[in-house]
Design a protein around this ligand. Structure first.
Ligand code: SAM
Length: 295
């Protein structure tokens, strides 16, 4: 195979339409199919992900293989996980010039990524890159971040508002459970805003590329019981207009008494009427440690 054939050629409106027509492909709304058609955006994603010749990349939802072509040119190896079986023969065609790409016809939520990394990358860290299907952005990210998958970074296109929530700081309207989970596991950085005309079909919302650089376990905020901390965070933001104390008391999941809550809030030096949205990640960790251990 010559190098000229190995150049990405799909990320344009004409290239995409040609492939869609050749295969009579119809977009499936239920799978969040909005394909990228702008080479500048594609290059920006690969640059932001910092993909180099030693990298093993997992791409979620390759679609017709547009971003995959760019990734295959930059990485050592690419595993592309696509749920829609109608796309599999198309991917075999559009990726035929690259022998470092493996396509898996699977739902990403059913892939055991930890096992996958052990088997395919000798347990070394992978990079996840995707133009994510917007209908399941949060479940996919929580699945990847919450599991102990050896991870270098996750660079993804998401709905602009979701990217802003991921990067939000305490006291802002966008700050919530997602911001805290993302900050616990990673350092987030929005790297580009992307308008609807960079996709086919055009989504009804603006998009953004965000890079989440994974933190090693040692550099995460220290907390005795991660589960307890995330339970507190969920409860605090389930009723974000209520005081932290009331939100925690109303949580069926936590089952904490009024006295336990008041004591914990006080021992952290927080005002009685504080709302959860004012607490930093460090303060949630401190609050979590202020409750008696369940073990
Ligand atoms: N990467 C392509 C691009 O940028 O042009 C396509 C991106 S499109 C927004 C999302 C892709 O994710 C679609 O191909 C869709 O079929 C696929 N997808 C949706 N849900 C999925 C899931 N649970 N697991 C794997 N792929 C999924």
């Amino acid at each position: 195979m010559t190098d000229t054939l190995k150049k990405p050629w799909l990320g344009t409106p004409a290239g995409t339409i040609e492939i869609l027509q050749k295969y009579g492909f119809h977009f499936q709304k239920k799978y969040g199919q909005n394909f990228l058609i702008d080479p500048h955006v594609l290059e920006k994603i690969v640059r932001a992900a910092g993909i180099g010749p030693d990298d093993c990349v997992v791409e979620i939802g390759p679609g017709i293989g547009t971003l995959t072509q760019y990734l295959a040119c930059a990485a050592r190896e690419v595993y592309a996980v696509e749920i829609d079986r109608n796309l599999i023969p198309i991917l075999a065609d559009t990726l035929s010039a690259w022998d470092n790409v493996t396509v898996l016809n699977q739902d990403i939520l059913t892939v055991d990524l930890d096992r996958f990394v052990r088997e395919h990358n000798g347990g070394k860290k992978i990079k996840v890159v995707a133009n994510l299907p917007y209908y399941i952005t949060t479940p996919i990210l929580m699945e990847i971040l919450g599991k102990k998958v050896p991870l270098d970074s996750v660079t993804v296109m998401v709905q602009k508002e979701v990217a802003e929530r991921m990067q939000a700081l305490p006291g802002t309207k966008d700050y919530g459970a997602l911001s805290l989970a993302v900050r616990y596991y990673t350092d987030p950085q929005i790297v580009a805003k992307v308008p609807p005309n960079c996709f086919m079909p055009r989504p009804n919302v603006g998009s953004a590329v965000i890079r989440l650089t994974a933190k090693d376990e040692e550099s995460r905020v220290e907390v005795r019981d991660e589960k307890m901390m995330f339970g507190l965070i969920r409860a605090a933001f389930a009723q974000r207009r209520k005081t932290l104390a009331n939100a925690l008391r109303n949580s069926a999941e936590l089952q904490l008494s009024r006295e336990q809550i008041a004591q914990a809030i006080q021992s952290c030096g927080l005002p009685e009427g504080i709302r959860g949205e004012a607490l930093t990640l460090e303060q949630f960790a401190q609050l979590s440690d202020a409750f008696p251990s369940k073990e």
